[in-house]
Design a protein around this ligand. Structure first.
Ligand SMILES: [Zn+2]
Length: 275
């Protein structure tokens, strides 16, 4: 074949291939949708326990290798319970961080408190997931520590457990720069500069692997010390897109609220008046 023919053949083949792959299929492959199922999560737990010693933030020895497994609960305490059960099944004592100021759940409602109490009773550590941008950003160390202490107190009181570590929710680079110390308000800072200088990091933020796939990180064991961040909302039983995973949390809570509303009316012999 002449070079022109080869080029024509190649572009024709490429066109056919592009037509054969739908956008859904390419997103599924490109963003590893299949990684975010409970089955795959268990595979990751097996890899983690086979290759690392699982540690808590308060018990780190830098002489040894370790893996810190952190869950920032942004959207769904219910999915966090599922994750906590799988962690416990595989002997992983993980770290679940409560977000008091979530738009997606109310930490103080009965369902949420019960969910976090169940996580605590499974033997996991409870930490604070802290939104430093709430209302107005805090600039001083004193102001930051006062707010951290207040939220820490609330979680400790509600769950009757110690809270010795916190992480920032949606931190900006400026925030991480300004508050890069090892601890604030008596809690370990999971985003301290020291952690990021000495410990590898892998996160599932926004429902996909932005830098490295966790499976590769755990298999290759390129970091002898590792902090893993997973968010329960991004993990479901079946293969779905990140958008579907987020919206199913939102719809699940809306449906729960509706049934709570109608259930209250029924139990109290009230009418549900509509048009
Ligand atoms: Zn968060």
């Amino acid at each position: 074949m002449t070079r022109t023919l080869v080029r024509a053949f190649s572009s024709h083949t490429m066109l056919r291939l592009m037509c054969a792959i739908s956008p859904e299929q390419s997103n599924r492959a490109n963003f590893n949708f299949d990684d975010f199922t409970w089955d795959h999560y268990e595979k990751l737990l097996r890899l983690a326990t086979g290759n690392y010693t699982i540690a808590g933030y308060q018990e780190l020895s830098y002489r040894d290798d370790f893996l810190l497994w952190r869950h920032d609960v942004d959207y769904s305490p219910q999915r966090a319970v599922t994750m906590a059960k799988l962690d416990a099944k595989h002997g992983v004592r993980a770290n679940f961080f409560v977000l008091i100021r979530s738009d997606f759940y109310n930490f103080l409602d009965e369902e949420s408190i019960n969910a976090f109490a169940e996580i605590r009773d499974l033997g996991h550590h409870i930490g604070l997931h802290f939104d430093a941008s709430f209302q107005s950003p805090v600039a001083s160390r004193e102001g930051m520590e006062a707010r951290l202490a207040r939220e820490r107190e609330m979680v400790m009181n509600e769950l009757g457990t110690s809270v010795d570590v916190f992480s920032f929710h949606n931190p900006t680079p400026e925030l991480l720069q300004a508050f890069s110390g090892p601890s604030y308000a008596g809690m370990v800072n999971a985003y301290s500069r020291g952690f990021f200088e000495q410990i590898g990091y892998c996160s599932d933020s926004n429902g996909y692997w932005r830098f490295q796939r966790l499976e590769d990180v755990l298999t290759n064991r390129e970091h002898r010390k590792l902090q893993v961040l997973t968010h329960p909302e991004w993990w479901t039983k079946t293969v779905t897109s990140p958008h579907e995973r987020a919206f199913s949390c939102i719809d699940g809570r809306a449906n729960w609220l509706k049934s709570k509303y109608t259930g209250f009316l029924e139990q109290n012999d009230r009418k549900d008046i509509d048009w």
